[in-house]
Design a protein. Structure first.
Ligand SMILES: Cc1cc2nc3c(=O)[nH]c(=O)nc-3n(C[C@H](O)[C@H](O)[C@H](O)COP(=O)(O)OP(=O)(O)OC[C@H]3O[C@@H](n4cnc5c(N)ncnc54)[C@H](O)[C@@H]3O)c2cc1C
Length: 363
């Protein structure tokens, strides 16, 4: 990576995207201040399931249709970014993801056709083989589709490791919001003024920051609700995708999600939705019937085309890194690399144009 000539950067927002930007820029030699008024994990990133799912997202999410190559680049960017333990990336598990068909949803054969159409790897496995991959799963006798393309991050583990690594590299973390910026100076909510050549806005919806970057006006909220079964359900094995939702295995307990509630930005768990998600979890893992989950909500920021805003704002010195919708973890490392390339003389990768904030100027 090109030497950063000791430029100073303030990043507004310490979620998945702000944190990965902090780490990538600190590794590249920038002086980085990361400002966020919230506690670590008290944001959309902290409640997310952590799937890095280029294949299933390209097939199941209408806004991600045609984006398999970009999403796969997002997954691969993580392999370079994650700190390693015993040679393995920390917090990443790669047991793939499994489509479990239901009577009313997409059949395994139809899913296989969709995977063939995008060129994603998969194999069909029997119900018995699926149960070996994920003990406790009830595929109701149906053959399933297993893809090695998708994997998962344990977001709690990864957040902590990225944070510790950023601190070790000299990133200064401040509990405050960024309230103003002009090239040379960022102002924080506690009145402090920080010397900064650039402000990176990685603040999710960026509520209250519209005066700092006009492009933020195109973002809209999508509320997501999810259940966490602490100490229950699958702890390892593939992420389960199904017509009713998904189940993600984590060492601390399974997660069952998630809703896409367009236009909502409250964080109130809705009991009816909780029961529906619970029904999905129990139908796939009958042992969850007696468990009491925690019920969480988060708000994703979305652009009109579903891809994030990554690159220079019309406001001088401001770089945008926000609006990654339901794939913010998947895209965070790619977004951070793109921001680093924008700040240096490095060539931009072919996906940068698809995320360039200026794409909406032309509309
Ligand atoms: C239920 C649910 C499940 C999900 N599952 C997945 C998944 O499996 N895989 C995946 O890839 N994605 C998933 N997502 C999406 C993903 O969580 C988001 O896209 C991602 O977290 C966005 O990260 P972010 O850093 O942009 O925003 P956030 O995590 O929202 O962080 C933004 C931060 O900015 C701070 N901030 C706001 N204003 C300011 C300011 N003025 N100054 C400083 N800081 C400020 C906030 O306090 C906040 O901490 C899920 C989301 C939800 C809700």
């Amino acid at each position: 990576m090109t030497a950063a000539s000791a430029k100073s950067i303030v990043i507004a927002g310490g979620g998945a995207i702000g944190l990965t930007c902090a780490l990538v820029l600190a590794r590249a030699g920038y002086g980085v201040v990361l400002a966020d008024p919230a506690a670590r994990g008290a944001n959309a990133s902290g409640v997310a399931a952590g799937m890095l799912a280029p294949a299933f997202e390209s097939v199941l999410d209408p806004a991600s249709k045609g984006l398999f190559a970009l999403l796969r680049a997002g997954r691969d960017a993580w392999l370079d970014l994650l700190p390693r333990e015993a040679g393995r990336p920390t917090g990443l598990s790669q047991p793939g993801a499994l489509w479990v068909p239901t009577a009313s949803g997409i059949s395994t054969d139809a899913m296989a056709e969709s995977f063939n159409a995008i060129g994603a790897q998969f194999e069909i496995v029997t119900a018995a083989a699926a149960q070996v991959l994920s003990p406790g799963l009830d595929p109701k006798g149906a053959a399933c589709l297993l893809t090695p393309e998708d994997c998962c991050l344990d977001v709690t583990v990864v957040t902590e490791r990225l944070y510790q690594e950023a601190l070790r590299l000299g990133v200064q973390v401040i509990t405050a919001s960024v309230t103003n910026f002009s090239p040379g100076t960022a102002t924080l909510s506690d009145g402090r003024q920080i010397q900064a050549d650039h402000l990176i806005i990685a603040a999710g919806l960026g509520r209250g920051m519209a005066s700092l970057a006009p492009e933020l006006a195109c973002l809209s909220p999508i509320k997501g609700q999810i259940l966490f079964f602490e100490g229950e359900g699958p702890r390892h094995g593939p992420a389960i995708r199904s017509a009713g939702g998904y189940v993600v295995a984590r060492a601390a307990g399974a997660m069952v999600g998630a809703t896409m509630e367009f236009g909502l930005e409250d964080l109130t768990p809705d009991g009816v939705i909780g029961e529906r998600l619970r029904g999905t979890g129990v139908s796939l893992y009958p042992n969850l019937a007696t468990a009491t989950p925690q019920h969480w909500a988060g708000v994703r920021a979305a652009t009109p085309d579903g891809l994030p805003l990554v690159g220079p704002s019309r406001a001088p010195g401001v770089i945008l890194a926000c609006g990654a919708r339901r794939n913010g973890w998947l895209l965070a490392a790619l977004v951070a690399n793109t921001v680093a390339a924008q700040l240096s003389t490095e060539a931009l990768d072919p996906f940068a144009a698809q995320m360039d904030p200026r794409r909406f100027d032309m509309a």
